[in-house]
Design a binder for this molecule. Sequence first.
Ligand code: AMP
Length: 406
Amino acid sequence: MTHVVTLNSGSSSLKFGLFSMQGDEPEAICTGEVDRIGSPAAHIQATDLDGRDLIDETSETIVDHHSALDHVLDLVVRQFPGVTISAVGHRIVHGGPDNDGPVLLTRDSLKDLERFSPFAPLHQPFNIAGARAAMERFPDAVQIACFDTAFHRNHPWVNDTFALPTEYYDMGVRRYGFHGLSYDYISNHMAKTAPLLHSGRVIVAHLGNGASMCGMISGRSVGSSMGFSALDGLPMGTRCGQLDPGVVLYLMEQKGMSAAQITQLLYRESGLLGMSGLSNDMRTLEEADTPATRKAISYFNFRARRELGALAAVLGGLDAVVFTGGIGENSSLVRERICADMGWLGIELDPDANADSARVISTQLSRVQVMVVPTNEELVIARAAAQICRSPSNCSVSELEFSSHI
Ligand code: AMP
């Protein structure tokens, strides 16, 4: 085999990569992103192995995910005419209760995965559309799904359930947890670069437009802030995060809101955008620095601190905290506020290292090591695709059978 394309679709973005599979570890020869899909300001950007721009332009013709994917695949074929695409690896946000690793995709299994779209409406429909378009475009390539839920599939039962009658658990109403590809990358990275910490108790804060935290012991997830859907836990760019279910009943019964209206409110109009009234983008909020943006950032940090404390209790203590995702990797302000006055938990930040977004941002005396590690979900997808292509018997399409209740 020669090359793998990775596709990672969000509601208004499409991240992609082209990886060479010649060596043991996949090597990115092109990475890029289309963002603001569907708006007149849609933008496509890609760089090659040496960081040189291959494209960096706004395009009014990127009107939906299909046309975004066409642009990406045209770019790959134009810029790398000699390469053979043997596999396309897809980030699929929701894999349901049974998938605890990557699988080969078929048209039938894709249809099956549609049943999870209502649990992740900002991602799953676009993930599936991307896989269908890639099947058309590269009919001879194998298509591989990497699920964000898979990393959390072996949670202890208490972290996996809600206090509902057990038949709801059996029908798949569970705490799935998300951002698994990012956590998988961080876990692997720590195993190689900080094996002692990796074998201990670690909280990873994936703070981006989507945000969650994961508690790990020996590199395996034991608890996550996200639950059944990608709504729970921390507030996000446009999602509300933790919410009393009584609020939903109130909105339905007293305010007459429909399910579609509540979905729109909780997924697309809440979080940083809803609280600030300005933007879902943390950098924009930090720069605006108005009373409303300060309140939105305060709530974001407050919930992150609560979740950090709760996960530390689940882990029975703490050895390391890792910040990742666009906010976690870049916002020294958010990291500083989340870690402020956490000496009781053994966390002491080094202000200079934090301002520099250094790899280790805690002081030498801090009992808990605090780190900044850029995530790389594309590499996790490419590794899975390479492994499956090298030994397809590791994985079969028949694994894609789901509980008929969902
Ligand atoms: P992601 O979804 O991981 O790409 O992260 C996107 C989020 O990261 C957005 O809210 C950005 O505003 C935020 N972000 C990126 N760079 C910075 C920065 N330098 N300071 C604050 N927030 C940032």
